[in-house]
Ligand binder design. Sequence first.
Ligand code: SF4
Ligand code: SF4
Length: 396
Amino acid sequence: MKSVVTYTLSKCVKCMKCLKVCPTNAVYIEKERVHINHDKCINCGKCLSACLNQGLQAKGSTLVDIQSYDYTVCLVPSALISDYKTKEQVEELFYAIKLLGFDEVLDITDIEGQVANEAILLSEIEKGKSLISSFCPVINKLIEVKFPMLLSSLTAIDYPSEIAARQVRKNYSNKGKVGIFNCCECIAKLNLAKYPYGNHNFEVDHALAIVDIFPIIKQNMKKGKIPVTLCKEGLQSCNPTMMKLAENHLVADSFDKVSNILELAEFGLLNEFDLLTLFPCFNGCLGGSLLWGNSYLTKNNIHQLCKDKEKPISQLPFEEIYGESTIDNVNDMRSIQEKLAFFSKVNKQLEQLPGYDCGACGFASCRIMAEEIATSKKTLQDCRIRKGEANHYESK
Ligand code: SF4
Ligand code: SF4
C-alpha cells in the first residue's frame, strides 16, 4: 500500500516538524524538499497534523468520479453514522449522501459486526496465540514495518469495506459498470480503494474523505429519508470501550500506547491474552482525523442509536470475509536474532555520529542516519558535521 501523504514544495518552510513526529522515520529531506518513503509510511497522519503550513495533505477521490459508472454505491461505516443521535437523523444522512449522485447508499454496520465477532471466535479457537485484529490498516502496516515477527498473529480477516464491496460486485453484476465508493473517517482508509492512490487490488473503487463532502451533505440534510436499520455490534465495534469483548481480550487505543503493546507482544510478554484489538486513534474509529464530531459525544450517540431496532450481524461464509488485502508483505518475518544483529550494527554506526540530532543530513535523528549507513544507503560522509570535521583536519 502506498503512502497517502502528498507534498507541496511551495508551502513547505523546511521546519522539520514532520520528520520529528513520524513514528516509522518515513519522512526525510533530500535536495531541499521533503520525501516520504512509501515502504515505511503507515498512513498514521501524524505528519499532517504536525505541519502547520499545509505542506502535507491527503486527499480522497472526488464526486466527479461518479459519472464514470452505470450504477454507483456508497458504503457508510459506523464511525460516520456516529455523528447522529437518532435513527431519523441517520436516515436523513443516507438520503443526503444519495443526493450527491449515488444510486444506492449502504450501511456496513452488519459486516463490521461480523468482523469484530469473527476475531473473537478465532481467538477462542486459537487460544494462547495472542491474535491481533486486522481491521485497521495503520496497525497492519505498523506491524509490517516495525514488528514483522507479529505478522503471523494478525487474524487476516479482511477490511469491512472490502467484504462489503465484494458482496456488491456479486449481487449487482447485472447493473453494468458498478462504481463502489467508501466514505472514510481517517486518512489510512483512503488507501483501501483503487483510487486516488492506485491500489488496483482493492474491490472498492474510490475513497472519499468525509471531510471533503461534509459541507454538501450538511446542505442536503432534512430533504428526505432512506429507511435504515443498523447493527448494534457493528456500531459498538468502532470504539474500544463499547465493543464486545472476548474472555482474555486486551483492547487499547492511542498510538503510543498501542505501539508499546506491540513491543511487549513482540517479546512474548502478553501471552496471557488471546486477542489484542488495537486502535491507533484515541477513542477508536470515532476519533478518526477526518471526522468533525467530538468523539465523547459521538460515543454517546452510538449508545442512543443502539436502543433502536437492530439489524443482525451478517453471516457471510468464512471464505468471503478473509482476504489478502490486510497486509502487503508476509515474508518479512525477520527473526529476533537478525533484528538484534541489525541493532548492534546500527549502534556501532551511531557511535561514529555526533549525536546532536541536528537534522542537517535530512533525517530526524542520528539514529535514523545510523540505520541508513547500516543498510548502505548513506555513508559517514553524508553527515555534514563529520564531513566538516574531516575537511577541517585535512586542511590543517
Ligand atoms: S512540517 Fe514538514 S512539510 Fe510541513 S512545513 Fe515543516 S518540513 Fe515542510
Ligand atoms: S503518515 Fe505517519 S508514517 Fe506516514 S509519513 Fe506521515 S507520520 Fe510518517
